[in-house]
Structures are given as C-alpha cells and as structure tokens.
Design a protein around this ligand. Structure first.
Ligand SMILES: [Zn+2]
Length: 169
C-alpha cells in the first residue's frame, strides 16, 4: 500500500480528526512506515543467515515522541524478543540492536556525520524516496530545519543546484 506522501501530497485520510491524532499530533503518519517490529524481525532473520551479531537502526530523538516503535524502550524489548525467539539466541549468540543516534537531534547527527566525512550530497530523507526533496513532508522539513540551524547549506541541495536539478520551493 502506498502512503499519501508518495505522490507528493498529504495523505488522503484526515488525520486531524482521527484517533491517531491524539497520540501523534504531527500529521506525519505514512501508513507504510510504522512497521519497525516487522523490519527488525526481517533483519533478525538475515542476521541469523549471515551470522551477524548486530542490527543497526537510524532512530533518533525526533522519532520516538511521535513513533513509539523507534524508542529505546521498544528497541530493548525487540532485542529481548529476538534473543529469546531465535536459534542464535538459544545458542547463546546474542544479536544486538544498535541505535547509535537514538539520543541525538537531527542537527547533531548531521554534524557527527560531517566529522566522520559522510557524503550527504547523495543522502535522501524525503518520504517520496526521490532524489529531489518535496520540502513538504515532515522528513524534508526536519532535514531542512537541521541544516539551517547549523548555518550550512544542505549538501544534497548544493549538489542538485550544481547539476541543475534544484528549482527551489
Ligand atoms: Zn519530502
């Protein structure tokens, strides 16, 4: 099922009047995103097959207030579940879910990545999943705000301008 964000518009469902709005005041509920338990289960299956002892997420501090399945509590619960429900766990080969960004704000993550030499010019955040950001979805707005708070032009936008792909909003 595609979310409303994929065609560049807001979801058709009126979240402002839904029960979901009580828990998630920001209208950013892409219907296909709230499945971290499933994704972590799939990652666990892969970790067992390739004999890995860790799974890494990109959850950060702005995620968990709106999305409980990206919280430290959820990650810890999932880690206990996968280690009690897998052959690897039964054999004492613990699989860890690493979430190194979970306590960091978006601008802290960008700064940290820059210090490590990350190339943000090819990173995308937009819910549409396209190279050129829509600048309307929550992911685009949070990314834009984080770069602005650092006083640095987003390296993705800089590259898109250079390649003639950015026409502003
Ligand atoms: Zn977007």
């Amino acid at each position: 099922m595609k979310s409303g964000w994929e065609n560049g518009s807001r979801p058709k469902r009126n979240l402002a009047n839904s029960k979901a709005n009580f828990f998630f005041p920001i209208p950013s509920w892409p219907t296909n995103k709230r499945a971290w338990g499933i994704f972590l289960s799939l990652a666990t299956a892969l970790a067992e097959v390739v004999d890995s002892d860790s799974i890494v997420t990109g959850f950060h501090s702005l995620d968990s207030p709106n999305y409980p399945d990206t919280s430290r509590e959820f990650v810890d619960s999932m880690e206990r579940a996968i280690n009690s429900g897998t052959r690897a766990g039964r054999l004492g080969r613990k699989i860890s879910i690493l979430s190194p960004l979970i306590g960091m704000k978006k601008e802290e993550i960008i700064r940290f990545g820059l210090e490590l030499g990350a190339d943000y010019s090819y990173s995308i955040s937009c819910y549409r999943g396209e190279e050129v950001p829509c600048m309307r979805c929550p992911a685009c707005r949070i990314r834009d705000s984080a770069w602005k708070s650092l006083g640095i032009e987003d390296h993705l936008i800089k590259r898109l301008k250079k390649e003639g792909k950015w026409h502003g909003f």
